[in-house]
Each structure stands twice: as structure tokens, then as C-alpha cells.
Design a protein around this ligand. Structure first.
Ligand SMILES: Cc1cc2nc3c(=O)[nH]c(=O)nc-3n(C[C@H](O)[C@H](O)[C@H](O)COP(=O)(O)O)c2cc1C
Ligand SMILES: CC(C)CC(=O)C(=O)O
Length: 346
């Protein structure tokens, strides 16, 4: 067992998971070119350190939309945690609370958002929403997230339809097992399916802005023109994401898309990034290129499948340690001191 790196956790998780469930978590859309590109692009960037700057006392904390995180790494929203561990999202949230960071709870969680919040008092939770075509039902979901104490609404905008995931097609993985369901979609005595909204448009974002006073984060913005539109439509933050390569295959890596989005936003709101972050040095590269923080998706699932809450704690702890180590080696005392001059192709 090699659990000294985030990638080591994947091997352990793979050994424990049902093969079709492993494929669901690990896989991407189409040829999985974007899935591979996300990690490969980080490897093509190098960090150029400064020296002799006496960086002994480190500062890794960030504040995002009023939520405090002890490191610039959030937990990205991922569905179906109870496929990885019986405690599911409860275990993830406890580990996130201990690591003092932020969990973006998926609308497609297998534990209700109220129960996630109750399991981890003190955890900073944001809620991810897929706008449902039934806007009255969408509003009910938003109200539940607000009442559970979620501090931001993360609206996923890259999924007007679901990506074509060929591993899932091959495995005929369409549904959760009988004993699990998307608890946030309970409606009376039935559970609604997750439905994508092909007609999703800026008008929906405007309506959500009226519906809630929570800050709205748009997840899945990649084109600079959309980043500018997001500002016009009062987004409080933007998340550069290609959904971990699970939606439009053939998209560039997120780290390669980040600089143009950062330039378009011009500092007006925080820009977050996810996709392929596997090392503390990846976090530093993203921050140097203008991200306010990053999020990790699969590594958290690998930790959860390998060893439940402890596994997620280990994954988050490894990232924190790697960030601190890389910061010192880069001659920086704070995650706020990173700038574009320290990133070069390698
Ligand atoms: C198994 C799995 C489930 C996911 N479920 C959701 C989801 O419910 N909502 C969402 O907005 N994104 C979802 N995502 C995308 C993640 O939020 C994130 O964009 C992606 O995982 C980041 O890439 P990484 O896995 O390389 O860190 C999911 C990703 C995975 C791998
Ligand atoms: C339930 C799914 C729509 C969750 C998701 O976003 C994903 O699998 O990428």
C-alpha cells in the first residue's frame, strides 16, 4: 500500500471498489483526452524559486466569500460518496472540518445536506446545484441548502446534458444500488432523478440571484467571454473547470485555460480552478497563475474508498504538507505571495 501520495491512494481505492464503481469515479468522457490533459498540463509547468528570503513562518490560509479555509484547497463536489464508504459524505465532511477547509456538497450526494451538516459541526459547507427544469423544485433544494447552513451556491454550468462516459456505458452503470439514492432530491415520498437542463441559460442564473441571497459561484466557466458575462450576471466567484474531463472531451486542461479567464475577470471576483490537482506544487502553480484556490475531486474519493474519514484526512493532510514544503522551497512565506513570474514551461 502506497498512501504517501495522492496517487498512491488511487491504487488502494481501486483494489477496494467494485470495478464498475471505480470506473464511474475514475473515468472521463469520450477518449478521456481531457481527463489526461488536466494532469499532464501541470507536469509541463515548472516552478522557479526565489532564494535567501527567510520563509520560516508560513501562511497557507485563505478567505473565500466569507468562508475561511486553512489551505487554498477545497473539496470539489462529487456525487455518490456512499459507493465509496458506508458513511459517505458524512465521513468526508468530518475530515474536511478537521482540515479546516471547505466542502462543496454535491446536489447528487447520497447523504442529505442536513445530515452532512449535522455530522460535522463547524464544517464550512457550500452547496452545488444542477438547475432542475422544474424551477419550483430547484427552489426547494436551494432552501434546504440555505437552512442547512451552506454559505455559497455553486451552480454547475458545464452540464446542459451529461457527458458520454464510455466506461459507464460498457459497465451498464446507470443507477445507484437499491439502498442508496440522491437524498437531496427527496420530494414527499419519492426521490426525483437528477435531470440536466439543456435550456440552461444566463436567465436561470439571474433567477437564482433573485431566489437566494447566497453568493453564487459559476462552476465550469472556461471561455474568457463567459467569464465577463458571469460578472455582468453578478457571479460572486468563477470556477474554471472541465468537470474533471467528464463532460466535453477534447477541452484543454484547466490550468492552460486559467490565465485568460483570470485576465478577463481582472480581479473583480475570485477565480477558482479544479481538474488534475494532485500535488502541492500543482496548487502553487495554479495560485501563481491567478487562482484564489483550487479544488480536488477524485483524490478525496480515493481517500474515502481506501480508509473512510481517515483516508480523506490523510489526503487533505498530504496536500497541506506538500503545499507548505513547496512554499518554503519556493522562498515564499505565504500563499498570497505567488505570482506569474515563478511559472515557466518545463
Ligand atoms: C465521481 C465524480 C463525481 C462528480 N460529481 C459532480 C457533481 O455531482 N457535481 C459537479 O458539479 N461536479 C461533479 N464532478 C466534477 C468535480 O466537481 C470536479 O470538477 C472534478 O472532479 C475535478 O477534477 P479532479 O477529479 O481531477 O480533481 C464529479 C467528478 C467525479 C470524478
Ligand atoms: C450524478 C452525476 C450527474 C454527477 C456528476 O456530475 C458526475 O458524475 O460527473
Amino acid at each position: 500500500m502506497s498512501q504517501r501520495t495522492l496517487r498512491g491512494f488511487e491504487a488502494e481505492a481501486r483494489a477496494r471498489l467494485e470495478p464498475a464503481h471505480y470506473d464511474y469515479f475514475a473515468g472521463g468522457a469520450g477518449d478521456e483526452a481531457t481527463l489526461r490533459a488536466n494532469e499532464a498540463a501541470f507536469a509541463r509547468l515548472g516552478l522557479v524559486p526565489r532564494v535567501l528570503r527567510g520563509a520560516a513562518k508560513l501562511q497557507t490560509g485563505v478567505t473565500l466569500l466569507g468562508s475561511r479555509a486553512a489551505m487554498p484547497v477545497l473539496v470539489a463536489p462529487t456525487a455518490f460518496h456512499r459507493l465509496a464508504d458506508p458513511e459517505g459524505e458524512r465521513a468526508t465532511a468530518r475530515a474536511v472540518a478537521a482540515a479546516e477547509t471547505i466542502m462543496i456538497v454535491s446536489m447528487a450526494a447520497t447523504v442529505a445536506v442536513e445530515d452532512v451538516a449535522a455530522a460535522a459541526p463547524g464544517a464550512e459547507l457550500w452547496f452545488q446545484l444542477y438547475v432542475q427544469p422544474d424551477l419550483a423544485f430547484t427552489e426547494k433544494i436551494v432552501r434546504r441548502a440555505e437552512a442547512a447552513g451552506c454559505k455559497a451556491l455553486v451552480v454547475t454550468v458545464d452540464s446542459p446534458v451529461l457527458g458520454r462516459r464510455e466506461r459507464d456505458l460498457r459497465n451498464a452503470f446507470h443507477d445507484l444500488p437499491e439502498h442508496l439514492c440522491c437524498e437531496n432530491l427527496r420530494d414527499g415520498d419519492r426521490v426525483r432523478p437528477v435531470v440536466m437542463t439543456p435550456e440552461l441559460s444566463w436567465e436561470h442564473i439571474d433567477r437564482l440571484g433573485v431566489m437566494t441571497s447566497l453568493p453564487i459561484v459559476l462552476k465550469g466557466i472556461t471561455h474568457p467571454a463567459d467569464a465577463r458575462l458571469a460578472l455582468d450576471h453578478h457571479a460572486s466567484a468563477i470556477m474554471v473547470s472541465n468537470h474533471g474531463g467528464r463532460q466535453l472531451d477534447g477541452m484543454p486542461a484547466t490550468i492552460d485555460l486559467l490565465p485568460d479567464v483570470v485576465a478577463a475577470v481582472g480581479g473583480a471576483v475570485p477565480v477558482l480552478l479544479d481538474g488534475g490537482v494532485r500535488r502541492g506544487t500543482d496548487v502553487l502553480k495554479a495560485l501563481a497563475l491567478g487562482a484564489a484556490a483550487v479544488a480536488v475531486g477524485r483524490p478525496v474519493i480515493w481517500g474515502l474508498a481506501a480508509d473512510g474519514e481517515r483516508g480523506v484526512s490523510r489526503v487533505l493532510g498530504l496536500l497541506r504538507a506538500e503545499i507548505e514544503h513547496a512554499l518554503v522551497l519556493c522562498g515564499r512565506a505565504s500563499v498570497h505571495e505567488l505570482d506569474v513570474s515563478m511559472v515557466r514551461p518545463c
